[in-house]
Design a protein around this ligand. Structure first.
Ligand SMILES: Cc1cc2nc3c(=O)[nH]c(=O)nc-3n(C[C@H](O)[C@H](O)[C@H](O)COP(=O)(O)OP(=O)(O)OC[C@H]3O[C@@H](n4cnc5c(N)ncnc54)[C@H](O)[C@@H]3O)c2cc1C
Length: 375
């Protein structure tokens, strides 16, 4: 292959792109990774106090372990160091600061424009992340912006970056729960609005980490049986999240294919009224009004609002007709010609790192020709 004509281009040097490149190299392909920023860029941009909700074992990639010194739940900087180390040992060529601007799928090759240069490749693996572009409910930023500062959770770094005062967190997923906890822990009065009941899991029960067990149960036990037994089990072990409103309903988790947030002190802060959960939220020019879980009305003016309202993939460099193909499940991809595919876009009860690992193995198997009808 020449300097601009590659066997295989992987776009993105996060978990998914790095493991795809390493696994494909293992079966004889010659990948080059094009990365807009640096290795693990998404993690460099995330908030300082972030700890994984999957254990270090469930979060590691084939052949490279996290050091035991990171503890059970690796933090943001541990993940960055781990991915740098993984990238270094994989032997894969990584071109940093090379944002892909355009991908054209031809009949036998793929054309790529990246960082001011043009390349071609026999195949492309897109791994630019499911959590790439912040999503906000229409109009909310504008309405809340009249009352105070508004940021998306993607812009949150630490409570100390924001002036003291009342905070509002919108969104009941893992990021919303964590940011409400961090702001309240830093002494800010916090209102937390979620449209849906917030589901929490304890980090551990009797010293055993809960997420891997929950993921396994979710994959192997019928949801209705889990709905019946999990809340009872949590009550039995005296977990604060066994009480309404947190009790996770496994059938809902299965439907969303994602683990709930972990309780790292959030339930305690709600009990202590340092976080007030709101089931409704009305925003007017004079302030916000919302109903608490007990039906009491709260009126407040937030100095800071964090919109923890989710993300979507950013695939603007690729013709829209390939978006579904790139983000679809491995086993439901319509075209297996090998020209272009994606990795890391599926939610998974077992955690996305684990899923990306399995998807990368599938890709490697396909590349050896065993599963690929075109070869
Ligand atoms: C706050 C948060 C916490 C999470 N915690 C966990 C957890 O504990 N356990 C778990 O299993 N999952 C977790 N996830 C979900 C998921 O595993 C992570 O988001 C993970 O980083 C996804 O890896 P990825 O490689 O698919 O994408 P990313 O890590 O987002 O990597 C994508 C890479 O592509 C690059 N890129 C993007 N566009 C371009 C372009 N046009 N050209 C070149 N490069 C580009 C980016 O710079 C980035 O480096 C979490 C997600 C979030 C948002």
């Amino acid at each position: 292959m020449s300097g601009t004509d590659f066997d295989l281009v992987v776009i993105g040097a996060g978990h998914a792109g790095l493991v795809a490149a390493a696994e494909l190299r293992r079966v004889g392909r010659e990948p080059v990774v094009l990365e807009a920023g640096d290795v693990a860029q998404a993690w460099r941009d995330r908030y300082r106090d972030l700890h994984l909700i999957t254990t270090r074992r469930a979060s590691q990639l084939p052949g490279v372990r996290y050091p035991a010194s990171v503890g059970r739940w690796p933090g943001r900087d541990d993940v960055i160091r781990y991915l740098e180390h993984y990238a270094g040992t994989s032997g894969v060529e990584i071109r940093r600061s090379t944002p892909v601007e355009r991908v054209e799928v031809g009949s036998s090759k793929v054309g790529i424009e990246a960082g001011g240069s043009r390349f071609t490749a026999r195949s492309v693996v897109v791994a630019t992340g499911r959590y790439a572009e912040p999503v906000e409910p229409p109009g909310l930023r504008q309405a809340l912006g009249r009352l105070g500062d508004v940021i998306h959770s993607a812009q949150f770094v630490a409570p100390s970056d924001h002036r003291d005062g009342v905070c509002l967190v919108v969104g009941g997923g893992a990021s919303g729960v964590d940011m409400a906890r961090l702001l309240a822990g830093a002494g800010r009065p916090v209102f937390h609005h979620s449209q849906h009941p917030i589901a929490l899991l304890p980090e551990t029960v009797a010293g055993i980490p809960v997420p891997p067990v929950a993921g396994w149960l979710g994959r192997h036990v019928p949801p209705r049986l889990l709905d019946h037994t999990v809340p009872r089990l949590l009550r039995l072990v005296g977990s604060p999240v066994s009480r309404a409103p947190y009790s996770p309903m496994p059938s809902e988790m299965l439907q969303r294919e994602s683990l709930p947030a972990l309780d790292r002190g959030y339930a305690h802060l709600v009990d202590a009224r340092r976080v007030v959960q709101l089931t409704t939220l009305d925003v007017a020019a004079s302030g916000c009004r919302g109903l608490g879980l007990d039906g009491a009305e709260h009126r407040f003016r937030p100095h800071l609002t964090v919109l923890a309202t989710g993300y979507r993939p950013a695939l603007g460099f690729l013709d829209e007709r390939y978006h579904h193909h790139v983000t679809a499940r491995q086993d439901s991809r319509p075209d297996r010609s090998g020209l272009i595919c994606g990795i890391g876009y599926q939610r998974a009860l077992e955690g996305q790192f684990r899923r990306a690992r399995a998807e990368a193995r599938h890709l490697a198997t396909d590349a050896t020709g065993r599963n690929n009808p075109e070869r």
